[in-house]
Write a protein that binds this ligand. Structure first.
Ligand code: NAP
Length: 487
């Protein structure tokens, strides 16, 4: 059974075919299907977005903040329902999904309260009678988003972009169409005018034409490196601003002075958060030789204690991976490493037989050591619960291994030595360094990467400045200033 874009999700089993499908990763069951948009329907939504922008851009910050605050209230009221939908579509634990919805509410409130301040005019002293910088919305902004935090990734775009006066079009990942439509419904329920935020159920092949359309002024993509290359290429050719939030292979460095117990506990969470499918999950554990054995024993024991199972159940720590393809890719990387000499400290086998785990896309928590650059895991992002463990002799070695990747998203370093902390802050090639704590996104802090992890920043005042026209206004000028002007 298929539904059109604006109809409610159809429940029960559905025939797999053209369109988009909600498939439960825990069971393999297709529980809802949707028609994708025709070119005419895309055109209709684009036109509606342009019309909406003409009046929305003139709305006051006070009015936008009232709608955004209402969106936060709707999210909180619907947290359980939205959480269950995300769990069914992409497999994260229900507790994590509900917490994600609540985090979206806090992101909405943060921009409702701060957008006006972040975008206030800034006076500049020049020879002119008056000069200032003013920030104006760009227009229709396309958001291409991933499934792993199906709400948070979108709301961290919505908060700044919509509060700045832009209107948004969401092309969400094809495996979370229900979440994509639910987000549009939250915005409608919050009272935003028609066309300010619309979901487009289109596949990735549809992105290029939409982005090339003159009416679309900018794009924000969160996703893989491959998607980033493609979308950034299209945006570059069309000369449109773009923010790229791409993959990561974040280091988690533990030095001898670290609080070992806390670093081990945090390492377990940092690797397995979101079933191991987070861009900022710690993926490479780089441990000083002096504490290597103690750290690894505790870390592997902590990972082994996690419960893999039905993500709807309260006592489950790790649910299934989002799709069979992701599980196969993760296992392929593990097998490649093992064939080339990696040591398996934990896991490494796809569940088989008649168990429930074998029906879904489950992958066991896995830990590998004795890793070498010939192995694919050394350079690739492993998007599943697989910890890669490296032994280093000193801080030089730690920095070298940390930077031996084309990614540069975030990093977590564990040391109480101030000189070592300063060295890591200076030398790690990443968009953030968290010292003695786990990497997390926070509306108050800028978020983004360097190298193949992308460019541009989301969140904080930096995030809201990505999708505005920084307009210079210069009023009148003293005659002397004209004489000396060369440009
Ligand atoms: P993905 O396969 O790259 O998909 C992300 C989005 O891009 C989806 O909407 C997808 O649409 C679309 N897309 C894929 N290829 C495209 C192309 N060639 N042209 C236009 N659009 C394209 O990534 P994912 O599997 O959903 O998410 C996992 C990746 O996202 C990981 O690499 C992770 O590290 C990264 N990520 C980064 C951040 C960050 O903030 N830096 C946050 C979360 C996730 P379809 O679904 O229709 O293919």
């Amino acid at each position: 059974m298929t539904t059109t874009q604006n109809q409610a999700v159809s429940q029960g089993s559905a025939q797999q075919g053209a369109g988009m499908h909600s498939v439960n990763p825990a069971t393999g069951e297709t529980f809802a299907s949707y028609d994708t948009l025709s070119p005419e329907q895309i055109e209709e939504r684009l036109s509606r977005a342009v019309v909406a922008f003409e009046s929305y851009r003139l709305s006051s910050f006070e009015q936008r903040a009232a709608w955004m605050t209402r969106a936060a209230e709707v999210l909180e009221a619907r947290a359980q329902e939205l959480g269950e939908l995300a769990t069914r579509e992409m497999g994260k634990t229900l507790a994590a999904a509900v917490a994600e919805v609540k985090k979206c509410a806090s992101g909405c409130r943060y921009y409702a309260q701060n957008a006006e301040k972040f975008l206030a005019d800034e006076g500049v002293v020049t020879e002119a009678e008056r000069a200032y910088v003013t920030y104006q919305p760009l227009g229709v902004v396309l958001a291409v988003m991933p499934w792993n935090f199906p709400y948070w990734q979108v709301f961290r775009f919505i908060g700044p972009a919509i509060m700045a006066g832009n209107v948004g079009l969401l092309k969400h990942a094809s495996n979370v169409p229900g979440c994509a439509l639910a987000i549009e419904s939250v915005m409608t329920e919050a009272g935003f005018p028609q066309g300010v935020f619309q979901t487009l159920l289109v596949g990735s092949k549809g992105v290029e034409a939409i982005l090339k359309d003159d009416r679309v002024r900018a794009v924000s993509l969160t996703g893989s490196e491959g998607a980033g290359r493609s979308v950034a290429g299209t945006a570059g050719a069309a000369i449109k601003p773009a923010v790229m939030e791409l993959g990561g292979s974040d280091p988690f460095i533990v030095m001898p002075s670290a609080d070992l117990e806390l670093s081990i506990k945090t390492a377990v969470t940092a690797r397995t958060i979101n079933n191991g499918q987070s861009c900022i999950a710690a993926k490479r554990f780089i441990v000083h030789a002096d504490i290597y054995d103690r750290f690894v024993d505790g870390f592997v024991a902590g990972l082994a204690a996690l419960k893999l199972g039905d993500p709807m159940l309260e006592d489950t720590d790790i649910g299934p991976l989002a799709t069979p393809a992701i599980r196969d890719e993760v296992h392929g990387l593990v097998q490649d490493a093992v064939q080339k000499g990696a040591k398996v400290l934990l896991g490494g086998q796809v569940p088989a037989g008649q168990s429930q785990l074998a029906q879904g896309n489950y992958y066991p928590v896995t830990a590998l050591s004795e890793l070498t650059p010939e192995m694919e895991v050394y350079g690739e992002e492993v998007f599943g619960p697989v910890a890669l463990i490296f032994r280093v002799a000193d801080i030089e070695g730690a920095v070298k291994v940390a930077n031996a990747t084309r990614f540069g998203l975030a990093s977590s370093v564990w040391t109480t030595d101030k000189a070592e902390q300063a060295r890591f802050v200076r030398d790690i090639e990443a968009g953030s360094v968290f010292v003695n704590s786990m990497v997390a996104s926070d509306p108050r802090l800028p978020f983004g990467g360097v190298k193949a992890s992308g460019f541009g920043r989301e969140l904080s005042r930096h995030g809201i400045h990505e999708f505005v026209n920084t307009k210079t206004v210069s009023i009148g000028a003293a005659p002397d200033a004209h004489k000396s002007k060369t440009e």
